[in-house]
Design a protein around this ligand. Structure first.
Ligand SMILES: [Zn+2]
Ligand SMILES: [Zn+2]
Length: 134
């Protein structure tokens, strides 16, 4: 297994809803973990290690406001692909983890999908406004 020193996470922000890419250096995850924040300035999650030394993610929950622990793949710093991360109690997608290049591709796909979704919403909203005005 080839260990890299850097892997990536793409995480949804519980406050602004954006999904952003975070580079994670293996050496930056110290005893107190590594805090990740969104470009909106809010705290997204903390990368930490559990009692068995496995990497995990702790972040505020979009749904219940509590903090949940999500395990990262055991080979987080050695994987070449990307995996989906779920917030276990709610089975909700919170983002992706994996090799930087693979996560970047996934993120671009997500952002394209989000753009399409927003475009549809904007159209619907415009339609509704039009109806109100007439
Ligand atoms: Zn944000
Ligand atoms: Zn929750």
């Amino acid at each position: 297994m080839v260990y890299r020193s850097v892997a990536a996470l793409a995480l949804y922000c519980a406050y602004c809803g954006r999904i952003e890419l975070h580079g994670v250096s293996r050496f930056a995850v110290g005893r107190n973990g590594l805090n990740l924040s969104c470009s909106c300035g809010r705290h997204v999650a903390r990368v930490c290690r559990d009692a068995r030394g496995r990497y995990c993610l702790e972040g505020p929950c979009l749904f219940c406001g509590q903090k949940h622990l999500v395990s990262l793949p055991a080979n987080f710093f050695a994987m070449s692909g990307v995996v989906r991360l779920d917030m276990a109690p709610h089975k909700t997608e919170i983002g992706y983890a994996g090799a930087t290049a693979a996560v970047r591709v996934k993120l671009a796909e997500q952002q394209a999908a989000m753009k399409r979704f927003l475009a549809v919403q904007a159209k619907q909203l415009a339609g509704r406004k039009h109806q109100k005005g007439s």
